[in-house]
Design a binder for this molecule. Sequence first.
Ligand code: PHB
Length: 390
Amino acid sequence: MQQISRRGILAGTAALALARPAIAQGAPIKVGLMLPFSGTYAALGENIAAAFELYLQERDGRLGGRAVTLIRLDDESDPAKAPQNVNRLLERDGAEVLIGTVHSGVVMALVQAAREREVPLIIPNAGNVAATRELCAPSIFRSSFSNWQPAYGMGKALAAKGVKKAAWVTWDYAAGKESGEGFRDGLRAGGGDMTHLLTLAFPDTHFLPMLGVLSGLDVQAVGSFFAGGGAVQFVKDYAASGLREKFPLCGSGFLTEGVLTAQGAAAEGIQTALHYGDGLDNAKNTAFRAAFKQKTGRDADVYAVQGYDAGQMLAIGLDATKGDATAMKPMAAAIVAAKIDSPRGAFTLSPSHNPVQTIYLREATGSENRVIGVAADALADPGAGCNMSA
Ligand code: PHB
């Protein structure tokens, strides 16, 4: 019988922990893809991953002259497991680049690792404002949005229609609260205000008590942040409660994004604001939507766009450094200087590395979030508190 001493095991573990990725040029580059593949945000993670892979396929699986090895990890949208999950990708799997994630609480562990270890991080969804405000860093980039941006556009569009008082209903975590701040700022910019904030714990879907409270409020409209499976349930419950006749429902576009078929008639006519929408007529979007449909059998949505653009941004950085992910300065310089040819329309990054982008006003019509106007043109997150040299 073979015996392994305790000391032997410890030595082995230490060697594993200290193992550093081979950065020899020509060796495959390991890219850690940390996303939710289960739970209320599972479909979002799947679309981000599929579109990221689509971009890689278009590049024959190579970036900066190196073949790419993708390592997928399901983060379950669970902030408590996030530090350990990030560690796994970096220490066990030897990831040289991190792509992730969807949930604004979970992303904080990725942000911390990117800051402390100078590992490049591209965030393909999570809108936590701190990542491109007070916790901004040369190694951190977003291909998506800040939570403030789409909701600001919605508030502004609502105020332009004469709404003076509106409520915001959402999950009680960073994405919900920060989008509420954007909604409030947008309303205020047009002479209105957010007068009530109602929350329930993430990812709870027991909406009935909250709908009861809403029905008694003195407001003209209700705005909301929900996404994925939770958004399906909220929109259905809101319609069933009869509240739509009393207060029109609107929100950050995630409310109806990728879920219209599941929401059915309950979503018809809901207006939302987002940096993407159906019917955007540009060549990149047409090609992207066809390729995504062919690969997955599904229609593209904002999550797919953000995953694809994370691929484009990583390619710009690695092409500039011939595949060296540790050459942070030239990588960052190339990404910041680039105009990213996105299906949403070309965009650049703000000084704090967040997309400066058009926020479209959309209306749910059948299975589409039809673009009906522009809620905010070339909108940058305020980026307050970002000091890149800190
Ligand atoms: C977030 O947690 O930042 C988040 C999650 C889902 C979305 C948008 C933002 O659709």
